[in-house]
Design a protein around this ligand. Structure first.
Ligand code: S3P
Length: 172
């Protein structure tokens, strides 16, 4: 698999809480590839947390930084890259991923996602009066974009190893 990737990266996409970071880390370990978390790269580049970027500069500024960081991360491969949940909605980023990587959508049921993100309050997009409704609305809007990924793998509750093996089988 690693040989067939050449210098392309495996790029995990999907909604908040679908397991991009934890699955990505294990996948990278399993394949002996470097793991990169795009959200962490954005925070490092900005010198502040994502919540702070949203609060001080607004979402458009965050999206601009996200697009630039994604371009930089895709320059060198092969790697396993976990993206932020909105990265794959950007047309330029999608095109770049298509050229420089294999995209994998970790698809999960709305209930599963809600259960996983409800405890975490650091996600600025879910800071609303009714975060569960916001999640479901966002998810509906985003499904058609995520569905354009090269590969779809179902993210279930339980050990992340299952998803790792499914990704390897699907990408190979
Ligand atoms: C976002 C998802 C977050 C982070 C930011 C915006 C989104 O990443 O990039 O809060 O638009 O879905 P995770 O998917 O890793 O939570």
């Amino acid at each position: 698999l690693v040989r067939s990737l050449g210098d392309r990266s495996i790029v995990l996409v999907g909604f908040m809480g679908c397991g991009k970071t934890s699955t990505g880390r294990r996948l990278a370990q399993r394949l002996g590839l470097p793991f990169i978390d795009a959200d962490a790269e954005i925070e490092a580049a900005a010198g502040m947390t994502i919540a702070e970027i949203f609060a001080r500069h607004g979402e458009p500024s965050f999206r601009d930084g996200e697009r630039r960081v994604m371009a930089r991360l895709l320059e060198h491969g092969p790697r396993v890259i976990a993206t932020g949940g909105g990265a794959f909605l950007n047309e330029e980023t999608r095109a770049r991923i298509a050229r420089r990587g294999v995209s994998v959508w970790l698809k999960a049921e709305p209930d599963v996602l809600w259960r996983r993100v409800r405890k975490r309050s650091h996600r600025p997009l879910l800071q609303s009066a009714d975060p569960e409704k916001t999640l479901r609305t966002l998810l509906r809007e985003r499904y058609p974009y995520y569905a354009r990924a090269d590969v779809t793998v179902i993210s279930r509750d339980g050990p992340h190893e299952t998803a790792v093996e499914e990704i390897i089988a699907a990408v190979e």
